[in-house]
Design a protein. Structure first.
Length: 83
């Protein structure tokens, strides 16, 4: 079993991929999971394996470890925005 010791803080921005578009922010940090707010969808729990990396105030998720509802919300996070 792989264990990571990422430094994550409330307010860090959340991404589905490195260099991608922000999908939300960290709302709560626990020992084995995060609670993130996804724009236009609400709060979701991300288990530890769902975090790929964390650095510079950014959290990058591991899509293969996320539930379908969170993935759908993340991909739709910016659909309601207008240019």
């Amino acid at each position: 079993m792989t264990q990571h010791n990422f430094q994550v803080s409330v307010g860090d921005q959340v991404y589905l991929e490195e260099g991608g578009e922000e999908i939300g922010a960290v709302r709560k940090v626990a020992r084995d999971h995060l609670v993130i707010y996804v724009e236009a969808a609400g709060d979701f729990v991300v288990p530890g394996p769902g975090v790929r990396s964390a650095h510079d105030g950014k959290v990058v998720l591991e899509p293969q470890q996320l539930d379908a509802q969170l993935l759908e919300a993340a991909r739709a996070a910016h659909e309601r925005e207008t240019e």
